[in-house]
Design a binder for this molecule. Structure first.
Ligand code: SAH
Ligand code: SF4
Ligand code: F3S
Length: 488
């Protein structure tokens, strides 16, 4: 892949002019810079007589979590040692801007990092991810957070080594944020958080422009990876011990439409289902407008696809759904739910709901409550509408008063929780496979895992069970999770 210059800010490109050995194609170019940085790091480690440490802190969604694995992979190749703490020599904040409180959290925590930096002359602070794609954020960082050394966006995560090399060799603040992606760079190093499960990007960006949402502005247009590249990556992961994959995209149901040889998401699921040794397939997120009957068939057919569908509702009001640019109605949504439950009766359904979208009336909100009561979700993420500048909804002057939103939100949450608890109880007494994920944080005599429907199960055991799939008798349900006993 050739790099074209499309940066919004102040990338100088001085390196390419000075050094003719630099490969122009990716990922070779980045491996070249990883090597360069590694030499600088090794020299500094010798001088200091201690390792140079890094920490990547991730905010936001699974996409960011996956990007952070790429960042960690690159930093390890650059000779840095990972640290559990943010009191490290290089700290990267991989940020989210989907709601205002996500931004506020980052600005607050940057202050804490500044404290560490005052004590450690070596320390570099970097900010990347979705917040960095917003020009007002970059301006604010430039003016009020001068101690941030590097800023880069969502489209050039893969360039971390090159950006670091520039910073280390030129000793100036580097801001390299691009308006759009050059293409998809494959085969970069990557350090997984879990040995037994992994996210896989199947597509990037979003074309939907839901009226409240900032994601299309910070993640760019929809781009799908070739199915062969996805299958090949998963096969490698499986060979490396991965049992569960989560196929990631903002709207996986429109996967493959932009490829030269279009492939549907349903067909991709079928291909992934064929991979020997893979046990579980999850995916996120499914937009109701593009959910095809063929996908429902594929989910029912493919034995590895987990018994769970996350299907964001956002609102139950047709008026608001139209205004939100969601392209479905309440009836259409409910009919999809019926179809799915006809084919896969015990599937767990979860959703996202926004409360307090501009102009939301009591009647609109009752429509949302009606869907919640009819669908009976296993769980739901409920969000208070947050105004994101640059989105159409932010320009409206009929924002809902805070106290009204709060009262609606509390009512919704109470209903969602009580339905969730009732539904969870239904599996008590059954024996089902659990993929053990970690030692329980509160009680180290327990390990915690998940059913294919994503419910959490605690059972007696130690870390040797991590990554194993065990048949577990669900003895007791406590709120949203189970206590179980392995059956041998
Ligand atoms: N692509 C996914 C959602 C990604 S963002 C989809 O379309 O379903 C995750 C969730 O954040 C959204 O489903 C929505 O419920 C919520 N969200 C997005 N923008 C928001 C905003 N401005 N205020 C409150 N919640 C928002
Ligand atoms: Fe945002 Fe809508 Fe795209 Fe989801 S589909 S990321 S809510 S614009
Ligand atoms: Fe947040 Fe960016 Fe994901 S805005 S939700 S981290 S795509």
């Amino acid at each position: 892949m050739d790099r074209s210059e499309n940066n919004k800010y102040e990338y100088k490109g001085s390196l390419s002019a000075a050094d003719t050995d630099i490969p122009v194609t990716e990922p070779d170019r980045q491996y070249f810079f990883m090597d360069k940085v590694k030499k600088l790091t090794e020299k500094r480690v010798q001088e200091l007589g201690r390792p140079l440490t890094f920490h990547v802190t991730t905010f936001g969604c699974q996409m960011n979590a996956r990007d952070s694995e790429k960042l960690r992979g690159i930093l390890l190749k650059c000779g840095y040692t990972e640290s559990e703490s943010e009191d490290a020599d290089l700290v990267l904040y991989n940020t989210c801007t989907v709601r205002e409180n996500a931004d506020n959290k980052v600005f607050g925590r940057l202050g804490v990092l500044h404290g560490y930096k005052k004590k450690n002359k070596e320390m570099m602070i970097g900010l990347c991810g979705c917040m960095a794609q917003e020009s007002q954020v970059v301006e604010k960082l430039r003016k009020s957070y001068p101690f941030v050394d590097i800023i880069f966006g969502t489209h050039n995560v893969y360039m971390l080594a090159e950006i670091l090399y520039e910073r280390l060799s030129e000793h100036r603040k580097i801001i390299d944020v691009r308006e759009k992606a050059d293409g998809i760079v494959e085969n970069l190093p990557l350090e997984r958080k879990y040995s037994f499960k992994s996210g896989i990007n199947i597509m990037f960006g979003c074309n939907n422009f839901c009226s409240y949402c900032i994601v299309p502005y910070v993640r760019g247009r929809e781009r799908s990876r070739e199915p062969e590249a996805i299958v090949c990556e998963i096969k490698k992961l499986v060979a490396d011990g991965v049992k569960e994959v989560m196929l990631l995209g903002q709207n996986v149901n429109s996967y493959g439409k932009t490829l030269d040889h279009p492939v549907s998401f349903a067909d991709l699921l079928r291909m992934v289902n064929e991979i020997d040794g893979l046990e579980r397939i999850r995916f996120m997120t499914s937009h109701p407008k593009d959910l095809s009957d063929d996908l429902i068939d594929a989910m029912a057919e493919c034995d590895k696809v987990c018994n769970h569908l996350h299907l964001p509702l956002q609102s139950g009001s047709d008026r608001l759904l139209a205004d939100m640019n969601r392209h479905y109605t309440k009836e259409k949504y409910l009919s999809i739910v019926d179809k799915i439950r006809n084919k896969i009766p015990d599937i767990a359904l979860t959703t996202d709901i926004i409360v307090g979208y501009p102009g939301e009336t009591d009647e609109d909100f009752e429509e949302t409550m009606d869907v919640v009561n009819r669908v009976r979700y296993d769980s739901a993420f409920t969000f208070i509408y947050s105004k994101r500048s640059g989105t159409p909804a932010a320009r409206r002057d009929d924002q809902v008063p805070e106290d009204v939103v709060k009262a609606r939100f509390d009512r919704l949450l109470t209903t969602v929780r009580s339905i969730g608890e009732e539904k969870a109880k239904a599996l008590t007494g059954k024996t089902l496979p659990v993929l053990v994920e970690e030692v329980n944080r509160q009680d180290p005599s327990l390990v915690t895992g998940r059913l294919t429907n994503n419910s959490v199960v605690h059972l007696k055991g130690d870390k040797s069970l991590i990554g194993q799939i065990l048949d577990v008798h669900l003895d007791e349900c406590s709120g949203f999770y189970y206590y179980g006993t392995p059956v041998r």
